[in-house]
Design a protein around this ligand. Structure first.
Ligand SMILES: *[C@@H]1O[C@H](CO)[C@@H](O)[C@H](O)[C@H]1NC(C)=O
Ligand SMILES: *[C@@H]1O[C@H](CO)[C@@H](O)[C@H](O)[C@H]1NC(C)=O
Ligand SMILES: *[C@@H]1O[C@H](CO)[C@@H](O)[C@H](O)[C@H]1NC(C)=O
Ligand SMILES: *[C@@H]1O[C@H](CO)[C@@H](O)[C@H](O)[C@H]1NC(C)=O
Ligand SMILES: *[C@@H]1O[C@H](CO)[C@@H](O)[C@H](O)[C@H]1NC(C)=O
Ligand SMILES: *[C@@H]1O[C@H](CO)[C@@H](O)[C@H](O)[C@H]1NC(C)=O
Ligand SMILES: *[C@@H]1O[C@H](CO)[C@@H](O)[C@H](O)[C@H]1NC(C)=O
Length: 647
């Protein structure tokens, strides 16, 4: 390890720390005082192996990045190949409507791990490359999406395509799409609104007619709901009105701050909108089961009208109010005085920093992914990346309480935009581009990944005695990208530290999706004139495939348990605590159910690779910034709904 430890010798400091009342070492051994000047700084580098080589910020990956995203040429040839398969009956994406079949997304099918390891570790053949193509089948009464595996690449006479069933739990890569008719639905929303245009104008002071100067955008739950009505499964949509930010505020897309408090329920089963029905209206927490009933109530004298939720300067994120006097003085900045201290192979998207090395890839669905993370030349993680991000809402209204976004559907790739030096990442960061393939287009977003070293602002180690003070800088390497999925900005960090730890961090920013304030007190606080926060869980899960000195790893839980122990050296018992070690044998027991008081430690170890003291080598899995114990609060609902909707 290449650690720079700074030793500060200071007799002044030493004497002032010597005699604290709580010193644990009651009688530290007196050592002869070294005669050193005040604050002489010595750097000790515990290595001599690099002395003859010079560092370069450019490197060549030891192996081809077999995980790297599809190239534009690969994507183009897969598109051409699929269009040649007449039974798929594809329409080119640019011309496709709801009643056509079209390619939605292309990505790499990651190589099978055995093949990948054979290549990486045993000089085996480069694993064959395959693409996954997600196709929307719209030219049918029952539209669906299906994933196909296409390859090997490059496309040749040997290339074939097949349903990509084997990675799924259900055994089928086909999923019914109940939401295929976007344009029809837009028209439906406008048509429904037309039946109550006078009420909407009166209650919400605006119109939604499908024209460019509409005041309202109409949308609702995601995903759609299934409900049994008269013994039949019906596809249900709850919608609400969202006011468009006014022209003066238009640069800020604060639409999710402008829910209007009026809701309607539709049965949109099937693809023929003449068979769709309005099943009721909701306003002020009162449900009206027909449009006529709603109209009668609105006309009646006791009808309660609620406040308007209107746009204004408040939806913007520009600074308002008085500036701090010090705001005119430049704040501290981070600098990299002697240049970059990590090496990058930009073509292969490969990085080496201190004891770590890894390969980067990028997918349309989940954005950044890391492969083959090595520490001191040994693989510790085969794959690390986001799998899914759910945002599950709650509220007194049917839209908030019916919303559970699965954000990989929208995709983290397409919304990872260029990062701003000096704001998103330090000015001296190393930026990388990324490419994704959707709707038959290959798009490259420039500088949307950054890598940088930084000082987190606290030491890795310190100690002092009356004779010395030892301090070790804590420098970390961060790999970052930010995805703005709708109203949310998710900032993803992979942080590598000199002590061998790796941390995944996500920070959320952007706009909240809020609720109309009326009667929502159990689900949020009133935050503006007619606006409430909307309670929700964000649960993001990562895949981490750890390989500690090989693939034969064991998952172990160590419980820190209170104990009453009778020792051989005492007649009385003692209240104490001790370690209870448990090897996990099945996936159910392997759930990371973080215990109260942080009293379980989760370890991935290689039980066959012991250190010189006979202890297995491994990594501890520790909770990151969110704290331990985060999981979906809402129980047993979304899973059922997804299964109901699946084929
Ligand atoms: C320094 O490097 C030489 C040659 O690589 C090696 O033989 C020696 O053991 C190293 N010394 C230390 C202290 O690591
Ligand atoms: C698809 O068919 C066209 C016309 O027959 C041919 O030129 C093209 O090479 C084919 N594409 C692929 C990838 O096979
Ligand atoms: C192929 O798709 C078109 C719409 O793009 C549709 O009209 C036609 O019926 C489909 N053909 C078959 C055989 O499914
Ligand atoms: C990868 O593994 C799957 C599942 O075992 C198998 O069906 C598939 O053929 C393998 N792919 C290759 C390229 O060997
Ligand atoms: C209602 O809308 C009209 C026309 O846009 C506007 O002049 C009026 O001020 C609005 N009323 C309220 C209470 O916002
Ligand atoms: C990113 O893309 C731009 C424009 O194509 C190119 O000039 C630059 O070299 C790329 N950066 C990397 C790190 O590949
Ligand atoms: C425990 O108690 C017995 C009987 O009083 C005594 O002989 C013995 O020394 C005690 N042992 C210890 C470890 O204190």
């Amino acid at each position: 390890m290449l650690l720079t430890t700074v030793l500060l010798f200071s007799s002044l400091l030493a004497s002032s720390v010597l005699a604290g009342p709580h010193a644990r070492l009651k009688n530290p051994k007196e050592r002869p005082k070294k005669h050193t000047p005040l604050l002489e700084v010595l750097s000790t580098v515990h290595s001599n192996s690099t002395a003859s080589k010079t560092f370069s910020p450019v490197t060549v990956a030891p192996k081809e990045n077999i995980f790297i995203s599809l190239t534009n040429d690969e994507a183009a040839s897969v598109i051409s190949f699929l269009h040649n398969q007449t039974e798929l009956n594809l329409t080119s994406a640019v011309d496709a409507g709801a009643w056509d079949n079209a390619i939605e997304v292309l990505d790499l099918v990651q190589p099978n791990k055995t093949d990948a390891l054979h290549y990486l570790d045993h000089n085996g053949a480069v694993p064959p490359r395959y693409a996954v193509a997600r196709i929307a089948f719209g030219a049918t009464e029952e539209p669906y999406h299906q994933d196909f595996i296409v390859g090997p690449l490059p496309i040749s006479k040997r290339s074939t395509y097949a349903s990509l069933d084997w990675p799924t739990t259900s055994g089928s890569a086909k999923i019914r799409n109940y939401n295929a008719d976007d344009d029809t639905l837009l028209q439906w929303n406008v048509d429904v609104t037309a039946t109550v245009a006078d009420i909407v104008l009166d209650l919400l002071n605006g119109t939604a007619t499908g024209s460019d100067d509409d005041d309202f955008d109409i949308w609702g739950i995601d995903p759609l709901w299934m409900e049994e009505i008269d013994g039949e499964q019906r596809v249900i949509l709850w919608n609400t009105y969202w006011r468009y930010p006014s022209d003066e505020d238009a640069v800020f897309d604060g639409e999710t701050l402008l829910p209007q408090g009026l809701f309607f329920k539709s049965d949109i089963t099937g693809r023929d909108p003449s068979k769709w029905k309005v099943l009721g209206w909701l306003y002020g927490d009162i449900f009206y089961s027909t449009t006529e009933e709603f109209r009668q109530a609105w006309k009646s004298p006791g009808f309660v009208k609620y406040q308007l939720n209107l746009p204004g300067e408040w939806i913007g994120s520009d600074q308002t109010g008085q500036h701090f006097l010090a705001d005119t003085i430049a704040p501290p900045v981070a600098v990299q005085p002697n240049g970059q201290r990590f090496s990058v192979d930009e073509k292969q998207k490969y990085v080496e920093w201190m004891d770590f090395s890894f390969y980067i890839t990028f997918t349309r669905d989940t954005g950044l992914r890391l492969f083959d993370i090595k520490y001191r030349g040994e693989r510790v993680i085969y794959e690390l990346g986001l799998q899914e991000a759910i945002a599950h809402y709650a509220g007194n209204d049917p839209v908030q309480s019916g919303t559970a976004y699965m954000d990989t559907f929208y995709g983290f790739g397409p919304y990872a935009f260029e990062l701003v030096p000096g704001y998103d990442c330090p000015t001296y960061s190393h930026f990388l581009n990324s490419t994704f393939h959707a709707a038959e287009l290959s798009k490259t977003h420039r500088n949307n990944i950054c890598l940088f070293e930084s000082d987190p602002g606290y030491l890795m180690q310190r100690h002092s005695s009356s004779n010395y003070l030892a301090l070790t800088k804590n420098i970390v390497l961060t790999l970052r990208s930010v995805s703005t999925v709708g109203n949310y900005d998710y900032s993803f960090d992979y942080v590598f530290a000199l002590d061998g730890s790796i941390e995944t961090i996500v920070r959320a920013s952007g706009y909240i999706q809020s609720a109309y304030y009326a009667k929502n007190n159990d689900y949020g606080y009133q935050v503006h004139d007619a606006l409430s926060g909307s309670m929700h869980d964000h649960v993001l899960n990562w895949k981490v495939d750890m390989d500690v000195l090989g693939t034969e790893n064991t998952f172990v839980k160590h419980k820190i348990a209170p104990a009453v122990v009778k020792y051989p050296w005492a007649n009385n018992t003692r209240s104490t605590m001790r370690l209870e070690r448990e090897r996990i044998e099945n996936e159910n027991d392997a759930k990371l159910s973080w215990p109260a008081n942080g009293a379980d430690m989760f370890l991935v170890e290689n039980s066959n690779q012991l250190n010189k003291y006979g202890e297995p080598k491994g990594f501890k899995i520790a909770p990151s910034r969110g704290g331990a114990g985060m999981f979906l609060t809402i129980q047993d609902r979304y899973a059922r709904r997804v299964w109901e909707m699946c084929c």
